[in-house]
Every structure is written in C-alpha cells, then in structure tokens.
Design a binder for this molecule. Structure first.
Ligand SMILES: Cc1ncc(COP(=O)(O)O)c(C=O)c1O
Length: 420
C-alpha cells in the first residue's frame, strides 16, 4: 500500500518541475473583459498596506453605521440558535410581506409576497442569477451605457449578446430601443434599466416607465429594473418605481437593496419583485445554488423596513450635504459636473487639458499615486464612460474637502499628501 502511494508520488514528482498543468477554464470566464474597478481597488489596498492614508471615493460602499435598532435586532437574532439553521432560499415570509408593505406605502404598488417577492443575497446576486434564468445563447439584451459592469457581465455570463445604448438622454434611449426592436432579428429579449443610474447619475420620471412598458408589450421584451438607488434621493426628488406603472408586472421585475439607504452593504440582502413567472424562474435557480440569507440578517431587515424610514431619510440628507461639499470642491478646480438628484456619486467630466493628456484609467492611477485619492475611472464603465471620473461621496465631509484639495492641487502640479 505504502509502495503504491510512493510510486504515485514519484510519478507526480517526475512531472515537476517545469511541467505546466493547464486548467481549462470555461470560455464564459475567458470571454469576460478585464475588471478595471478591481484593478484600482487592488492598487488602493496595496497603498493602504504601505501605510498611506488613501481617501476612498472609489466605491459606493457606505461608511456610516446602520440604525442601532437594526444592529440590536441582529444581535438578538444571532443569539437564537434556530437562526443558525439553513433558512428558506426565497427568504422568510414575514420579510417578503414587509417588502410588499413597503412597496404599497411608498409606491402604491400591490405585490403578492408569496409569488411576487423574493429575497436575494444583495441585489447584484439576484440580478445576475435572473440573467441566467432568462437568457442563453442567441438571446440579445439591451444595456445602458455607460454601464455598471454587472449589467454587461451578467448577460455575457449567461451567453447572451449585449447591445449597449447611451442612457444619459432617456427619451433618446427609448427611441433607440424602439428602433432596434423594429430592425433587429431576433428582437431583444431583455432590456435592462437602472435609474437613478450608476455611474452617470441620470434619473427619469414615471412617464419614462409608461413608455418603456408600452414598448415591452408592443415588442415582447422583458424588463429588468435595477433600482439600487431607490432610497438615496435629494432636493425633494423621489425616484419612481418601474413597478408603479400599470402593466409593469406583466413584463418585468425590479431589484432593490438594503445596501445603500440602510448602510447594510456587507449584510448582503436585497429583493426581486414583480412578474410572478420571472420571480419563480429566479427562485428555481437560487433553489439549486443557495440556501438563503442568514436568517438573523433577514429578521433584522424586517426591523429596518418596518422602523427604519426616518433613519433612511436622514441618511439621504447626509449624502445630499456630502454631495454639495464634493461639488463645491469640483467647481473650484474647474470641473464640469451635473448636480446628481440621487445616488452616491458625482459623474465628473475630466477638465479639458487632462482629457487630452491621458485616458481615465491612467488619470485614476495618477490620482491614487500622487493625490492619494481613489476614484473610479470612467473607462471601467465602458467606452461611453471615457473622459469621466466617478467619485463616491461616502466619506465624511472633512475627508471629502481634503480629497478635493488634494485632487485639485495634484492636477495643478503641486505635491500633496504624504509627498508634500
Ligand atoms: C446599480 C447598482 N446595482 C446593484 C448594486 C449592488 O447592490 P447590492 O449590494 O444590493 O448587491 C450596486 C452597488 O454598487 C449598484 O451600483
């Protein structure tokens, strides 16, 4: 027996060194474009390990704590051993009912919590698996450009073709969707929308969805509405829900999340709501892939939805004030920016001389190295994003002021941060 194992080990030894064992990764992985946001993040972590205090405007990753009521409920629920068991893959019923109540109260949308609401491991997971549930080879999907990467990669991972349409003028986007549906064979199967939009911050009114639903019915496509920034709106603007349009539930679903408005990004909890057939298809895929979200998190999310409205509104006010701080700094540096009405980002056109000097990936790297500020390069959101930088206003006001001083000084050629 021992000799037998020894022979095998000798055989393994003989294959080394220099023997390259190829791992034949699937085409769907090889086909993925490089994840530029991941590259900037790696550089940021490296700098921080070197002890450099990088100010992070890169990700829409909240820095404020969740409402203490939610944290307290989580702690209580963790202490109950029943919550350590596998939970229901679709999410516990009381949570799905709470989502239906919230939709009714805020958007006047009536949902059946049994069939039309599903809990997801963050909205990104739900969105990605929905793409897998709906699309396959030969299907075409329309995606907004510039693009939040997962809007492109999820259909691509499902082997669908992706058509990117410029989104910053929503009326034109609708015209182009109609034109493509009239001319493309086979017609697109899915249209993805994401308003308030990441990264461009474009918003729409309810009329946009009335027209989109009418187009979906006329041409027979399905709609996936990524409503991740539903909870973070400014200046009295209220982002409309796609589901609030009559007929929306016949043609699509919407994804919402606890990550942004409730500061629960790391808790990984979101929802898919709308068309029962689509919800069922997603539930089927998820039934195979996962056992549901940690039940204590689901129970705490019920409290967030039931009692967290005031904290959510206060959080939006905090973001609005941070937005204004960032905008003042950008204005001082001569940047062109539209004032975002929602979301956690400013989408800033790079000032002209720098636009001509280098691409946004190089500019973001320069700002990380020399200004010690992490921003997201527009190129990470596809060619339509080139010439822009995305800056998240998640850090506290003082840090945002400091970040803008450092960025503006760096672009004037002055040394800043640890190099000053
Ligand atoms: C447009 C958009 N959709 C989805 C997500 C992911 O949210 P979640 O944390 O719910 O997965 C984000 C997060 O940055 C986002 O910007």
């Amino acid at each position: 027996m021992e000799k037998h194992e020894g022979d095998k080990l000798d055989e393994i030894d003989r294959l080394e060194p220099g023997h390259q064992f190829d791992v034949p990764v699937a085409d769907r992985v090889l086909r993925l474009p490089p994840y530029l946001l991941g590259r900037i993040n790696e550089q940021k972590y490296r700098k921080r390990r070197e002890g450099i205090d990088i100010i992070d405007l890169g990700m829409g990753n909240p820095t404020d704590p969740p409402d203490p009521k939610i944290v307290q409920k989580l702690c209580e629920a963790v202490a109950d051993p029943r919550n350590s068991r596998y939970s229901a893959s679709a999410g516990i019923f009381n949570l799905r009912r709470e989502v239906a109540i919230r939709y009714e109260k805020r958007f006047g949308v009536s949902l059946d919590p049994h069939k039309e609401v599903l809990a997801t491991i963050g909205s990104k997971e739900g969105f990605s698996h929905m793409c897998l549930a709906l699309m396959g080879p030969g299907d075409t999907c329309i995606v907004p450009a510039p693009s939040f990467p997962i809007h492109v990669y999820s259909p691509a991972l499902a082997s669908a073709n992706v058509l990117q349409l410029e989104v910053t003028q929503p009326a034109k986007f609708l015209d182009q969707v109609a034109h493509i549906c009239e001319t493309l064979h086979p017609k697109p199967k899915v249209v993805i929308v994401n308003f308030p939009h990441n990264p461009s911050t474009t918003v729409v009114d309810r009329e946009f969805y009335v027209e989109l639903v009418a187009l979906a019915k006329r041409f027979g496509f399905l709609i996936l509405s990524d409503f991740a920034y539903a909870d973070v709106c400014f200046d009295g603007y209220e982002a409309p829900s796609f589901l609030s349009v009559p007929g929306a539930k016949e043609v699509g679903v919407e994804f919402i999340t606890m990550s942004k408005g409730y500061n629960m990004a790391g808790w990984r909890i979101g929802f898919c709501a709308g068309n029962a057939e689509m919800v069922r298809a997603l539930a089927t895929i998820k039934g195979y892939y996962d056992y549901g979200i940690f039940q204590a998190v689901q129970i705490a999310a019920i409290i967030a939805l039931r009692h967290g409205e005031e904290a959510r509104l206060e959080q939006s006010r905090i973001y609005q004030s941070r937005r204004d701080t960032l905008l003042r700094g950008l204005e001082r540096g001569g940047w062109e920016v539209e004032i975002p009405k929602a979301g956690m980002f400013v989408w800033a056109r790079v000032p002209l001389p720098w636009r001509e000097k280098m691409g946004t990936m190089d500019l973001a790297t320069k700002l990380l190295d020399e200004a010690e500020v992490a921003v997201s390069p527009g190129a990470a959101f596809g060619p339509a994003g080139e010439t822009y930088l995305r800056m998240a206003f998640v850090e506290k006001e003082q840090r945002l002021q400091q970040a803008m001083r450092q960025i503006n000084r760096c672009l004037r050629g002055e040394s800043v941060g640890s190099k000053a």
